[in-house]
Design a protein. Structure first.
Length: 277
């Protein structure tokens, strides 16, 4: 809500700027990406999951593509423009209802996928339409690490648990590699982002131009002491990642603005020289 209030303030006070907000929502299920805001995509996945024993071969996920801007993007993902926080919340609730859940011994509504809800804010200078600043807020819900001996999952649910644990293991590897690279001063380009769909899509959040906040969920029962310690170690390692975010401005626009500033300075000097003639 506060975000949209700030946007409205910018719109009213700075008439030369146009601000747009876009939302998207996806889930990563069994190492495939699905659009939570696309009813046909979600409905098809749910139907296959219930009726087909070989559904994993039949289901089609969205393709992830590497761009020249040094980031991974999801092709054909639904993106909606939001005019208010009510619209954004409505989309979030709609997508949340489409997430794949299942019951096991520890959780009646266990999430079987990771999900990422993205809010993208684009600020455009009306006088210079190519001057666009892009900011992004991502809310990531990670499925919990699972021990089959505790959850009692079998068949399809056991396969889901294996894929969840694999992606979380890769995430741990990425976090470890980032902290070790920054601590030793080594080249951080050899980070295993490509080993998982999750780490590909979290590349900018983990080691990119961003601030990241991780919230770890623990059990109050001493029965799960080992799991709690593992989670705390995971979070402690992530807290060691240190980024230095800067404003996202197109490098060409930065160069153009610098050139215009130099031209303006030269014009001022010429004008001052003419005044003394």
């Amino acid at each position: 809500m506060e975000l949209f209030e700030q946007i409205e303030r910018v719109r009213s006070e700075e008439k030369t700027k146009h601000v747009s907000v876009f939302c998207s929502f996806l889930q990563i299920y069994n190492e495939k990406v699905f659009d939570l805001l696309n009813p046909s995509s979600v409905g098809g996945l749910t139907a296959l999951r219930k009726t087909s024993a070989a559904f994993e071969k039949d289901m089609q996920g969205l393709r992830i593509r590497w761009t020249k801007k040094d980031q991974f993007v999801v092709e054909n993902l639904y993106v909606f423009e939001c005019q208010s926080h009510e619209e954004a919340i409505k989309l979030f609730k709609f997508g949340s209802q489409n997430k794949i859940l299942a019951a096991h011994n520890l959780n009646e509504f266990s999430s079987r996928s990771h999900s990422i809800f993205s809010l993208t804010i684009e600020t455009q200078d009306i006088k210079m339409q190519h001057n666009v600043t892009v900011s992004r807020l991502q809310l990531v819900d990670l499925a919990g690490s699972e021990k089959q001996s505790l959850t009692g999952t079998t068949g399809l649910h056991a396969k889901e648990s294996i894929d969840i644990n694999k992606s979380l293991l890769v995430l741990r590897k990425v976090i470890t590699a980032l902290t070790e690279a920054k601590g030793s001063g080594n080249d951080p380009s050899f980070i295993p982002y490509r080993e998982s769909k999750l780490t590909q899509l979290l590349k900018q959040s983990l080691g990119g131009n961003s601030y990241t906040l991780m919230m770890a969920c623990l059990s109050p029962s001493d029965k799960y002491l080992e799991e709690n310690l593992s989670t705390l170690n995971y979070a402690a390692r992530a807290s060691l990642i240190s980024n230095l975010p800067t404003k996202n401005i197109d490098p060409q626009m930065v160069q153009l603005n610098e050139t215009k500033k130099k031209m303006k300075d030269i014009e001022g000097e010429l004008r001052a020289a003419n005044d003394h003639i």
